[in-house]
Design a protein around this ligand. Structure first.
Ligand code: GLA
Length: 743
């Protein structure tokens, strides 16, 4: 159901946990048929008439562009006994099938060897499991394996929408070694006084056999290319056990932790590298600071809910001057509510104090035709929970958003993505939630009580990308339902609507479904931010605003890898002039924290350098900022990344200009965003794999002299003297984010 793009193919090539052993056989091709029949699993079935297909690429890109449903792959492979003979452990044969969009059942010569997800015809119905890697193991002595003869690996697949088939990796078979049972898990980073940090490394044995070997770990200073610490620790791990080690290292940028486990019998090594997390955002001051853009766009007469974002030590005392008629202010919670019947600009003066000080800020409510005068900020369930989202998971993230202080920095939307819909509408045609969401209206109400906003997801097609009910033919009813539930944001995702446009590539065919829903949303006295999600087809940035879109996706889906981040983020070069207050280019949601697109979450695969790049680039791009992780599990590093008021202020700058790339030079990219106060936000990115020294000549970015250059992450002026250039070392895939006052 995830939509496929080229960058994704690289994703799992870096998943070391599944790297094949020395001897292996690639499984690059198969026979293929759409449909389903019970005898297709059998070794004896004659598939001569079937088409050839590449294994590892979705079938949509191989001649089946609009097909969703059942299909079979039959891989013919001779498995040489030399594979078994050269193995040290020799216990099991592994069949690695990368990922399958969306569910599969796999047979070896007619014997079932694995199943992931569930088919629509299964009891309990369809469950998509595309994020899971398929590693199916068969005992080496099993009669299912025909050594030195042709074997048939038959894979039954069901695709529920979007893309389908075996993808995101290169399938292979090999023999498991004991080293494959070793897994590393780093957890519980602690930043200690004296610029020190500690992390717990757990080495576990996932197999039902003892594993002995040597743990080797190194702490490396990347900038100086120097090993700071080097340790060898013998370790014996009984079956299904784990051992924890504490790793200590300096707390600063540029520290790399490299560790591996060398299994004694085979000498095979399982290794891993991590860039040590480091904090850049300074400690939050105790005095109150009013964050947020200071401007809110609403429609005349629509209900307003706005929680004033304030950081600092609670309790606060709030007061507001110039409260217009129709607006009230909850001085306990700091929430503005009410409505304003007439178009115009209303300036309120907010004051917040605590025992450490006070802060004042002008706050403008602009009543007119535009919402989202600055890019929406909040959370969306997709990148973490995928289709397993539930009321409880949404509430726990909303709670965490408040308790962990994110709302103090302006994060406020709580958006439920795909997977909330019941299998059937009511007889009246009304959409209802499934059993995971007992009461949508109550959920919306609860979020509003806390000053949060409530978002929901649908598709103009009959089915969403996840195979749930879409709005096709029910647009008026659905808009009414969202209104009744108190929805503040609708993500409207093209998905299976493309079945209706088959062959019609005109612009109007693309716009039509968005016009239909736009006109329905308009009928209701409620401000629903309209998020157009159709992956950038037909240069949506040129017409998204006409659809009343407050944001429009410019790309296919993002995943938590550098390849994905790079190909999406750094390609936003042709749409900058279309971003404006009320209408934003959306390069997709954030991929920091615990993500996973399903029940099993993992820490993002991005390094800390890449995460600083991600947030910096998205802020420069004036991108909507939707956190995609399980917020109840936010760690100190990720929170620090998401609570930098100066970085967020670049994204939320009221001028609404999007950064443009001014330099693209041998792995260095410089992006510049003009800010409302006349200064410039500048990101200097190193897209290469090594630390790089770069000298930025200000005249290259049309500034002759800079009087103040500020490091935005550290919230510290680098210099206040007039400068013509500046040089720095930039970490691999990292960034220096500056705010420059100059001319
Ligand atoms: C598409 C979208 C994602 C997500 C899923 C839900 O892939 O691009 O952001 O909404 O659908 O199925």
């Amino acid at each position: 159901m995830i939509r496929f793009f080229i960058g994704i193919a690289l994703w799992f090539s870096i998943q070391v946990a599944y790297a094949q052993n020395g001897k292996y056989l690639k499984l690059p091709a198969a026979k293929f048929s759409i449909g389903d029949a019970s005898d297709w699993k059998a070794a004896a079935f004659n598939d001569n008439q079937w088409k050839d297909i590449k294994v590892g690429e979705v079938w949509q890109s191989q001649g089946y562009p609009d097909y969703h449903g059942y299909a079979w792959y039959r891989i013919h492979v001779t498995i040489p006994s030399s594979l078994k003979q050269s193995a040290v452990w020799g216990d099991s044969l592994r069949v690695f099938l990368a990922h399958v969009n969306d569910a599969d059942e796999t047979y070896l010569n007619g014997t079932l060897i694995g199943k992931t997800g569930a088919f629509p015809d299964d009891q309990g119905g369809y469950i998509s499991k595309w994020p899971a890697s398929r590693n199916y193991c068969v005992a080496a002595g099993s009669p299912a394996i025909k050594w030195d003869a042709e074997n048939i690996i038959a894979i039954k697949v069901f695709d529920g929408g979007g893309s389908g088939g075996i993808f995101m990796g290169s399938p292979f078979i090999d023999m498991l070694e004991k080293s494959d049972g070793i897994a590393f898990n780093l957890s519980g980073i602690e930043f200690l006084p004296g610029s020190k940090a500690e992390q717990k490394l757990t080495v576990s044995n996932k197999f039902n056999t003892a594993i002995a070997g040597i743990l080797h770990y190194q702490v490396i200073d990347e900038l100086k290319d120097r090993v700071i610490e080097d340790k060898l620790i013998p370790a014996s791990l009984p079956a299904y056990s784990g051992k924890a080690f504490t790793l200590a290292f300096p707390h600063r940028e540029g520290i790399k932790l490299v560790y591996d486990f060398k299994e004694k019998a085979s000498g095979k090594v399982k290794s891993f590298t991590e860039i040590a997390p480091y904090l850049l955002t300074p400690k939050e001051p105790l005095e109150p600071l009013i964050n947020g853009a200071g401007v809110l766009g609403v429609h005349a007469g629509s209900p307003i809910i706005y929680k004033v974002p304030v950081s600092g030590q609670r309790p606060f005392k709030y007061s507001i001057q110039h409260l217009p008629a129709g607006i009230s202010f909850d001085t306990q919670k700091g929430i503005i509510t009410g409505s304003l019947p007439k178009n115009g600009s209303y300036t309120l003066n907010i004051k917040v104090s605590n025992r450490f000080g006070e802060n004042r800020k002008a706050f403008i409510i602009k009543v007119g035709d535009k919402l989202a005068l600055t890019p929406p900020m909040g959370w969306n369930s997709w990148n973490c929970w995928g289709l397993s989202v539930s009321d409880a998971k949404v509430k726990s993230s909303a709670r965490a958003m408040i308790d962990k202080g994110l709302t103090d920095y302006g994060w406020n939307y709580i958006n439920v993505d795909d997977g909330w819909q019941a299998a059937q509408r009511l007889n009246s045609g009304e959409i209802i939630p499934n059993e995971k969401f007992p009461d949508m209206k109550a959920l919306g109400g609860q979020l509003h009580q806390e000053g949060l906003k409530f978002g929901i997801y649908s598709s103009p097609g009959a089915k969403t990308c996840g195979g749930f009910l879409g709005s096709f033919g029910h647009e008026a009813q659905d808009a009414m339902t969202y209104f009744n539930w108190g929805v503040d944001y609708l993500k409207y995702d093209l998905c299976s609507y493309s079945d209706n446009t088959a062959g019609d590539t005109t612009l109007y065919a693309q716009q039509k479904p968005y016009i239909v829903m736009r006109d329905e949303l308009k009928k209701h006295q409620r401000d629903m931010v309209y998020s157009i999600c159709q992956y950038g087809i037909h240069d949506v940035w040129k017409w998204g605003a006409e659809m009343n879109g407050s944001l429009w996706r410019t790309t296919e889906d993002i995943t938590d890898t550098w390849e994905s981040l790079y190909s999406i983020g750094f390609s936003q070069t042709n749409n900058a002039t279309y971003a404006h207050p009320g209408g934003w280019n959306d390069p997709d949601m954030l991929i920091v924290g615990m993500v996973g697109w399903g029940e099993n979450l993992h820490p993002t695969n991005l390094t800390p350098y890449e995460q600083y790049t991600h947030i910096s680039l998205w802020s420069l791009l004036s991108a909507p900022l939707l956190i995609g992780c399980d917020m109840s599990k936010l760690d100190e590093f990720t929170l620090n990344l998401l609570k930098n008021r100066e970085v967020i202020a670049l994204d939320q700058d009221v001028s609404g200009k999007q950064a443009e790339r001014l330099i693209n030079d041998n792995g260095i990219q410089v992006w510049l965003k003009p800010l409302a106060d006349g200064s410039k936000a500048v990101g200097v990115f190193n897209t290469g794999d090594k630390y790089k020294n770069y000298n930025l000549q200000f005249k290259q970015i049309n500034l002759t002299k800079a009087t103040v250059v500020r490091d935005v992450w550290k919230q510290k002026d680098i210099t206040a003297a007039p400068l013509k250039n500046i040089s720095f070392n930039i970490p691999p895939h990292g960034v220096r984010l500056l705010k420059i006052i100059g001319r």
